[in-house]
Ligand binder design. Structure first.
Ligand code: FES
Length: 160
């Protein structure tokens, strides 16, 4: 995998934020840049980032698999992370995930055949008091997601 000059320039800007002997500190930023540009971080990209930062590929893989904002494969136009961690579980988190999956006809982690939605469970999103919660495209938090509110959200996203 060869990154473009523009991508390498963005990597260099991140690496420059740290002391010269600690460029590995950009291990979160570089995959994020790859994902912004390519939609996901492939295994080949992880290896190339590792080579660029002078670290083992597994160390990059550990980061991209720990944080579910990183996508290991292409995702739909709308990526829906439904929290199923304990506080949300106690207030319908699993029910919300099952409802979204059922409505869209996908398994947890799956993408609809039209490429519009990817649904996956997630760990705590830091909004336990608003459970059940769902995060759209790693940015927009949706709170108190009853089945009615989930249906309304899916309709809005479909139209949007
Ligand atoms: S457990 Fe779901 S947001 Fe914290």
């Amino acid at each position: 995998m060869n990154f473009t000059d523009a991508t390498l320039a963005r990597f260099a800007k991140e690496v420059a934020k740290y002391p010269a002997d600690q460029k590995q500190s950009a291990v979160m930023a570089c995959p994020a840049i790859v994902q912004q540009e390519q939609g996901h971080v492939s295994a080949d990209s992880e290896k190339a980032v590792a080579e660029y930062l002078g670290m083992p590929p597994i160390a990059v893989h550990e980061v991209t698999t720990f944080y579910n904002m990183y996508n290991q494969q292409p995702v739909g136009r709308f990526k829906l992370n439904v929290c199923t961690n304990l506080p949300c579980q106690l207030r319908g988190g699993q029910k919300a995930l099952d409802h979204v999956c059922g409505k869209l006809g996908v398994e947890d982690g799956g993408t609809t055949t039209d490429g519009q939605f990817t649904v996956q469970h997630s760990e705590c999103l830091g909004a336990c008091a608003d459970a059940p919660v769902l995060l759209v495209n790693d940015r927009e938090m949706c709170s108190f997601m009853s089945t009615d509110r989930l249906d309304a959200l899916l309709d809005t996203l479909r139209k949007g």
